[in-house]
Design a protein around this ligand. Structure first.
Ligand code: 5GP
Ligand code: ZN
Length: 139
């Protein structure tokens, strides 16, 4: 896609700190890292979101992420790696080209808000009715 910033990185028009590449996948460091080693794993072919990416590219991104995440973990002695993927502006997706964030957690780092929510028991009747709604919409 002409103006897509990540397509431009794939084409080499914008530089990046590449950590991995194969025929379908590119992985590079985020320029606004939440932590050292914050890495973005993307399909080379443009797709906006989880609903648009091809199943082959989706599999390739996630299989590559397994390898990349393990390397990040080893290189940085991470205590864990959060995999975060946003779909749609309402979910705070800013770059509209599918990407999986790999965010290493380093000992002593402040909590990652998105993985640190307070557990509050839900209303079982509401949970059941929402589950039924989702099931009914399944194609
Ligand atoms: P989103 O909110 O869409 O999941 O996150 C997009 C991510 O892309 C952000 O973390 C942002 O820092 C990163 N980003 C935006 N533009 C560039 C860029 O030109 N190069 C790199 N390496 N990362 C970028
Ligand atoms: Zn793109």
């Amino acid at each position: 896609m002409e103006d897509c910033i990540f397509c431009r990185i794939v084409r080499g028009e914008i530089p990046c700190f590449k950590v991995y590449e194969d025929e379908r996948v590119l992985a590079f460091e985020d320029i606004n890292p939440i932590s050292d080693g914050h890495t973005l794993v993307i399909p080379k072919a443009h797709a906006e979101s989880l609903w648009e990416i091809s199943e082959d590219d989706l599999a390739a991104v996630h299989v590559a992420s397994k390898k990349i995440g393990q390397a990040i973990s080893e290189a940085l002695a991470a205590t864990g790696v959060a995999c975060l993927q946003l779909n749609g502006r309402g979910a705070n997706q800013v770059v509209m080209h599918y990407h999986l964030h790999l965010i290493p957690r380093i000992s002593g780092a402040p909590p990652l808000p998105v993985s640190n929510w307070e557990l509050k028991a839900g209303d079982m009747a509401r949970i059941k009715s929402v589950a039924e709604k989702i099931t009914a919409a399944m194609r």
